[in-house]
Design a protein around this ligand. Structure first.
Ligand code: SF4
Length: 474
């Protein structure tokens, strides 16, 4: 049904602050699932393309697959979204498939506003796209929606399938250089991503990692250490971001992966997310340190026990302090995610996060707002707290009568300023430089890119934007 040639498109999000250092790994895993069933796959990352015109990629293409994985914003319900413009420029006659989390939840909106879309893939895409490639008819294919006589036909949700042990992205298909970068400055390291598990067994109230795109509870599904190693052997990049919700759910598995990395002499800098529970396994932490698992980010969320309880984090501030006593003994670069605007917190509680982060010895922090993700239990929690509201914006941010979003933004900046403009950052920079991972070529690239960015700032705005957009193309 998909023909011989597929064009897979990761659209431009249309925001100047768009993050674009990481490959569209979800789309690449889905395409890997059909690689043996078609003759040609081209993956286009529109974040690096000069304009949103797909025409130059469409010659000989039978099927276009578009990923819509992020919130498109409230205007999408009325048919206004740059992503729709891109889809609606695909010529008739090309089979058009749209997938991703947003597409799953907003299937009707897509069919209403994109007349050329043939199929919406709902939920995990790997098995579905494979079945589509082999099928002669859409009847009975689980996890898809399509039009029948002008009405939307939704087939049954796809049954859960384990993560494939053998299917992973073909890096040779990449057309772009993905590099560790922030705010346009290149840190000198090439970057790739690997997914080693899916889901999470914990139940933090604001998070939807334990449910699939249909809101069904999903089990945590790991790949075996051998399968992870087979993929790592194909990765050229110096830095690998592990895309799992939590890489360290099973520390025995982590230990086995470290053993294989060390045995095979694979030298990478790994970055991952974990819970503080990993501090209970110093034996595995020592292996992680030796195997290059360098940057670890923890969802700490708050410096108040009451908030941690409301969010169902399963630990207290005292537990966090104890865990970091252990974690600081290794060469890890430690990061913490915090939330501004937790229920019941006043400005003093929020501002205290910076002091808490410094006390823990964190090297960096990332601050976000409390947000209601599809499938999370936070909406019910908000409903039980009068004076708290959910904004009608892309991210469904939570605000309160006492702390509107404007005030929360000011507090967020104040916390970041207090943390980053502080002498302890010199210690963090020193630790990173002395870790043995940073080479002269990285420093040269960093300085070169900072200079280029400064030079681009002198260009007229449209040329500067074009320069930034094209800078990652091969
Ligand atoms: S926040 Fe982290 S630990 Fe909590 S449910 Fe989500 S992925 Fe799991």
């Amino acid at each position: 049904m998909l023909g011989k040639s597929i064009l897979a498109v990761y659209p431009h999000r249309g925001r100047s602050s768009e993050v674009r250092y990481a490959p569209p790994i979800g789309l690449e895993y889905v395409m890997a699932a059909v690689e043996d069933l078609v003759e040609k796959i081209t993956v286009v990352d529109m974040r690096f393309e000069e304009n949103d015109d797909l025409a130059r990629f469409l010659h000989g293409v039978d099927t276009v697959c578009v990923s819509l994985n992020w919130p498109l914003g409230p205007t999408a319900a009325n048919g206004v979204a740059p992503e729709f413009n891109l889809i609606n420029r695909i010529p008739p006659g090309i089979f058009t498939v749209v997938g991703g989390r947003w597409a799953t939840v907003n299937t009707d909106v897509i069919f209403e506003n994109c007349p050329g879309v043939d199929v919406v893939v709902r939920g995990d895409g790997e098995e579905t796209i494979r079945e589509l490639a082999r099928a002669k008819s859409l009847d009975g294919i689980e996890g898809i929606a399509y039009r029948v006589d002008g009405k939307v036909q939704r087939n049954a949700p796809r049954r859960f399938a384990p993560l494939s042990e053998a299917v992973y992205p073909n890096r040779a298909l990449r057309r772009y250089d993905y590099r560790v970068a922030a705010r346009g400055i290149d840190f000198g390291f090439t970057l790739d991503m690997v997914l080693t598990s899916r889901g999470c067994p914990f139940r933090c109230k604001f998070c939807a990692s334990h449910v699939d795109d249909f809101g069904r509870r999903r089990r945590w599904e790991p790949r075996s250490p051998e399968s992870v190693l087979a993929e790592l052997r194909k990765v050229d990049a110096e830095a690998v971001l592990i895309a799992d919700n939590d890489f360290c759910i099973d520390m025995d598995r982590v230990g086995a992966i470290c053993d294989l990395v060390l045995k095979e002499g694979i030298r990478k800098i790994f970055a991952l997310e974990a819970r503080i529970d990993i501090a209970r396994r110093p034996d595995v932490l020592a292996k992680m340190d030796r195997a290059g698992f360098r940057l670890i980010m923890f969802g700490l969320e708050s410096a108040c026990d009451a908030s941690l309880e409301v969010l169902n984090k399963g630990f207290t501030v005292a537990n966090v302090r104890q865990a970091f006593e252990v974690l600081r003994r290794y060469r890890f670069i430690l990061g913490g995610f915090f939330i501004v605007g937790n229920i019941g917190e006043d400005a003093g509680d929020m501002l205290r996060m910076s002091r808490f982060a410094k006390e823990l010895g964190l090297d960096f922090i990332a601050l976000s707002y409390l947000r209601v993700d599809f499938g999370s239990a936070l909406e019910e929690v908000i409903a039980r707290h009068p004076g708290y509201h959910i904004a009608a914006d892309k991210q469904h941010r939570v605000w309160s009568d006492r702390y509107p979003l404007k005030t929360l933004r000011r507090i967020r900046h104040a916390v970041a300023r207090d943390f980053y403009f502080s002498p302890h950052m010199l210690r963090s920079i020193g630790r990173a430089l002395l870790s043995g991972d940073v080479r002269l070529r990285h420093v040269r690239r960093f300085l070169g890119s900072a200079l280029l960015l400064a030079a681009a700032g002198l260009l007229p705005r449209h040329l500067a934007r074009r320069f930034r957009r094209l800078s990652g193309r091969r």
